[in-house]
Design a protein around this ligand. Sequence first.
Ligand SMILES: [Ca+2]
Ligand SMILES: [Ca+2]
Length: 354
Amino acid sequence: MGKLLAVALVGIAAALVVERLLTLRNRLNASREIAPVTLPNCQLIKGIESGSEDIDILPNGLAFISSGLKYPGIKSFAPDKPGEIFLMDLNEDYPRAVEMRISRGFDLASFNPHGISTYVDKDDTVYLFVVNHPHQKSTVELFKYVEDDNSLVHLKTIQHDLLTSVNDVVAVGPDSFYATNDHYFSDFILMFLEMFLGLTWSNVVYYSPKEVKEVAAGFYSANGINISPDRKFIYIADILDHNVHVMEKHANWNLTHVKKLQLDTLVDNLSVEPSTGDIWTGCHPNGMKLLYHDLENPAASEVLRIQNILSEEPVVTRVYADNGSVLQGSSVASVYKGKLLIGTVFHRALYCEL
Ligand SMILES: [Ca+2]
Ligand SMILES: [Ca+2]
């Protein structure tokens, strides 16, 4: 009887592991292949060789690009090189990416930039918020942009017990923001276990110097976050649940659920086009290829434009799709006056004229 029970328990455990593996394969869209969607006027951006995970464009056409992310379990083409911020002026006829100088007093050697967000204050001061992972920790670095010499002055490093595994931020003031934690755990093994077990412990946190609080929870993995042009709604991508959540922002900074738009791809960062309110996303059609980097079978890229997300029938358009032969692992897409920038987690960046 004892042996029978042991065999039964082993059988149940094995069945549970197989069930979890199959569920994880679905969460990663592991069997999806994509049909290409090409754009006629695109070129790879010179000088960006090891990632352009997030891109934020100011209303005047200056694009900030974070580059050189080192993230547990994900490929890096420059594992020993510190990360960088590039600047591109999209008003130029042939925009170039220029590496920005960062002021002294900031530890550049451990700079590992991830999600970014800009904020233009009433006095026109431009602030840049950068998620940083020095030594695999999570901080948010606050910089001031100095136009005269295209440099960034480091103002402060923000660390908090609720900011554990930060992926992206959206600034809502000169020193306040919402942040997504893509996992509950920050340790690599525990992060993988969290994903394997399909736990929904990922959340969104509001941060200001006076108050820090969780404002949304229950995500498989909250990733990109952004705000509507009227600043009433917050958009959050759940990368492992293949959707975009719309949440209403309240006077006390709490968020309440409005709706969720289901897609068929792993949605990474979200950009909002100021003039139309359209959401542009960089997506991973197949997350397995992103996790298991193989040059013979690289991670693909996919850009979606979501129009009228608040309406009964939002319109989702696949603007660009590539099997990785041109661009691997797209994580962001952002537009300015008919010009599209597509960034990637660890690969290059693409500039297109629409
Ligand atoms: Ca961002
Ligand atoms: Ca991201």
